[in-house]
Every structure is written in C-alpha cells, then in structure tokens.
Design a protein around this ligand. Structure first.
Ligand SMILES: C[S@@+](CC[C@H](N)C(=O)[O-])C[C@H]1O[C@@H](n2cnc3c(N)ncnc32)[C@H](O)[C@@H]1O
Length: 188
C-alpha cells in the first residue's frame, strides 16, 4: 500500500539534484519528442519546472535545442519508467503523456506505456492533488487508459485545453489530417 503524500497543491519542489536552479512545481512531459510542447509550456508557465523525458537521442537533441535558454525547461535522455522510478515519491505536480505510441494491434497492446505498473509508479510519484494528463488520436488507447486508471482508483475528468495551449508535433500532424483527438485528466 503506497504511503499517502502530505497535502500540497503545486508545492512540489523536489527535482533530480542539480537539474533546475530553483525550487518550483515539477511538471513532466513523458516521451517529449522534439520538445515543441515542452518549450511552449515552459515559456507559458515560468513558475513551473518542466522536465521532458525522451529515449531517442536525436529527439533529445531537438528538444534541448528548442528549450534553448529557458531556465525552467530540461530534457533527460532515458526511459520513462527508469526516470520516473528515480524521482522521489510525492515530488511531481503534473504529468503529461501526449500522443504516446498507441500500438493499435491488440496483440501489441502490451507495448503501450500505460499499464498497471506504470499507473502504480505514477501514483507514487505524484504529490497530493497532482494530475495526470493524457491525449491520443486512438479511441482504443483512451479507453484502455481510462479502464486501468479507474481500476486503480483514480478519478477521471475530461480535459479541454485552452485556446492558447501549445500543440505537440504529433498533435499538429493529427489535427491537420482532421483526426479526432481524445483527452482525459486523472487524479488519485
Ligand atoms: C509518438 S511520439 C510523440 C512525441 C510527442 N509527445 C508529441 O506528441 O509530438 C512518442 C515519443 O515517445 C518516445 N518514447 C516512447 N516510449 C518511451 C519510453 N519508454 N521512454 C522514453 N521515451 C519514449 C518516443 O521516442 C517518441 O519520441
């Protein structure tokens, strides 16, 4: 049974040692790709520390270039599960998982990032009042994610983004192809 986090909204201050130069709520962009969203978010929310995690080296280079001089954006090269595990419990305020590979064939669904194990880890890393945001072009992946979250005792809400919200690279592609985009937000 995970130990509940002490109540604090956006008070999360713990980040991997030395990553950020100041203490601020820690926000993660999992599989941040080329960093378009990460950089836009960090620029629009200067009071947050935004950390991207990305396994592909060339994507990490692109994202770091985009984050440029932003003092509140960093990109780590690594696997989401490993980096999440290395963060202290109750240290993250918001987590974005945007257009994660949907692995549409049923027999490949075990490769999706969202699994029971991932949700349990997320649960232990989010602080009290912390939120998980998920967007996808796959209705099936949305249903899959919702089911796992509900089974794990999370509360689900629709997530509608403000007009000025930064788009990710994949969101831009899907939107210009006229595809439906599905979103949810969840908290424990
Ligand atoms: C479909 S792309 C979406 C990128 C970006 N979020 C967007 O919406 O434009 C998925 C990204 O997640 C990264 N990724 C997938 N699994 C990962 C994992 N386990 N750890 C770190 N990065 C991962 C991929 O390398 C890729 O850049």
């Amino acid at each position: 049974m995970p130990v509940p986090c002490p109540g604090a909204e956006g008070g999360g201050v713990v980040a991997p040692a030395g990553l950020f130069s100041r203490e601020a709520p820690l926000v993660l962009d999992l599989g941040c790709g080329n960093g378009l969203f990460l950089a836009g978010l960090a620029e629009g929310e200067p009071g947050w520390n935004v950390l991207g995690i990305e396994k592909k080296e060339y994507r990490v280079r692109q994202a770091r270039r985009r984050a440029g001089d932003l003092g509140n954006a960093r990109v780590l090269h690594g696997e989401v599960l490993e980096v999440l595990s290395s963060l202290p419990p109750c240290s993250v305020w918001r987590v974005y998982l945007l257009f994660s590979d949907p692995w549409p064939k049923r027999r490949h669904a075990v490769r999706r990032l969202v699994q029971e194990k991932f949700v349990a880890l997320l649960s232990s890393r989010l602080e009290a009042g912390g939120t998980f945001f998920f967007a996808t072009d796959s209705g099936d992946y949305l249903g899959w994610t919702r089911e796992i979250l509900v089974r794990s005792g999370w509360r689900i809400k629709d997530w509608s983004v403000p007009v000025s919200w930064p788009m990710t690279e994949f969101e831009q592609r899907f939107a210009s192809a006229g595809l439906n985009i599905w979103r949810l937000q969840a908290s424990r």
